[in-house]
Design a protein around this ligand. Structure first.
Ligand SMILES: [Zn+2]
Length: 329
């Protein structure tokens, strides 16, 4: 299947069905001409750090504006208490939500974990490729792209504007269950026509890689030094990856946390795009607990850039001890 970017976007002009939120509910800040004129320049940001034998580079794709109305269980008083004394702000019921990808160079592999949004969400997102190039790598040099799940902010960057593979020399690694869900024709048939954008993007993004698609199930060594960690709930096959570095392992946890500002302190708050909220919270609390107990280094696709840190317990909730921009390990 080849879909043009235009037809993908028209498929996104949709409202959420139960548990299947459309990307349009995340407002990228420049949908109107007036906003476009005033839109800030997309920053190009990357940050590299070495852990053991692995060089990891955080790549900033950009920022969504998350409306607090899309947070299940949101309570303004509790939010104010959580944010008090911090730099975080809720302005006009919106908060900034970053989108990151991670480049891992280890052995001979040049691996990208999640590919950002490309042009699906407007001009304050889609910077991942520019960040990759600024970090000294081209899409042609990527040998593997590993995806945490098939949501558009993670796979939009897999394809170019004409629907061809953005990473012409890469194999794609994706969970079998995640792939199967988005390719299930019975599920697709049950989704109203106007809400099929997520499915169309998931299918179109992996289609150009059909002859170099590698699937895994459950906990598995998906490539040398990288093991899958199932974290279902946000999507049926959502998972993180544990990177073995020869020194401290690094857990790259995908969308386990969306809001650094709120969800460590309020792990029961889910988002409208968590397809199974109860399972989302179960996976989150189990993983946060393990990360805190083991002192794991963690990073994630919506943690505040560059997103490296450790989880701490804070009463019956958690906190994030983010590594500063300049640091040594
Ligand atoms: Zn996401």
């Amino acid at each position: 299947m080849t879909l043009s970017r235009r037809s993908l976007l028209s498929g996104l002009a949709a409202v959420p069905v139960a548990g299947l939120a459309s990307p349009t509910i995340l407002r990228a800040a420049s949908h109107s001409a007036a906003e476009t004129a005033a839109a800030p320049t997309l920053p190009v940001a990357y940050h590299s750090f070495q852990i053991g034998s692995a060089k990891i580079t955080a790549l900033l794709d950009g920022h969504f504006l998350l409306n607090t109305g899309q947070i299940n269980g949101f309570d303004q008083v509790q939010a104010d208490a959580t944010l008090e004394g911090s730099f975080y702000r809720i302005k006009d019921s919106e908060m900034s939500l970053p989108v990151n990808g991670y480049l891992v160079e280890q052995g001979g592999a040049v691996t990208l974990i999640d590919a950002g949004t490309a042009d699906l969400f407007g001009p304050i997102l889609g910077g991942l490729e520019a960040a990759l190039r600024a970090a000294g790598k081209t899409p042609e040099e990527i040998t593997t792209v590993v995806v945490t799940h098939l949501h558009p902010d993670h796979i939009g960057g897999l394809i170019a504007g004409d629907g061809t593979a953005r990473f012409p020399n890469a194999e794609i690694i994706v969970g079998q269950g995640e792939y199967d869900f988005w390719h299930d024709d019975a599920v697709y048939a049950g989704v109203p026509q106007e809400n099929r954008g997520f499915f169309d993007i998931a299918r179109a993004s992996v289609a150009p890689y059909a002859d170099r698609l590698k699937m895994f199930e459950g906990e598995a060594d998906v490539m040398t030094g990288l093991r899958s960690v199932p974290l279902p709930g946000h999507t049926p096959g959502h998972c993180g990856f544990m990177l073995e570095t020869g020194a401290a392992p690094l857990l790259i946890w995908g969308d386990l946390i969306h809001s650094t500002a709120l969800q460590f302190a309020r792990p029961n708050w889910t988002l409208a795009f968590d397809m199974d909220p109860e399972q989302t919270v179960n996976s989150r609390t189990r993983m946060l607990d393990r990360a805190a107990s083991e002192g794991l280094l963690v990073t994630g696709m919506h943690l505040d850039f560059p997103g490296l840190g450790r989880v701490e317990r804070d009463g019956d909730a958690y906190a994030f001890d983010q590594a500063p921009w300049q640091f040594s390990l």
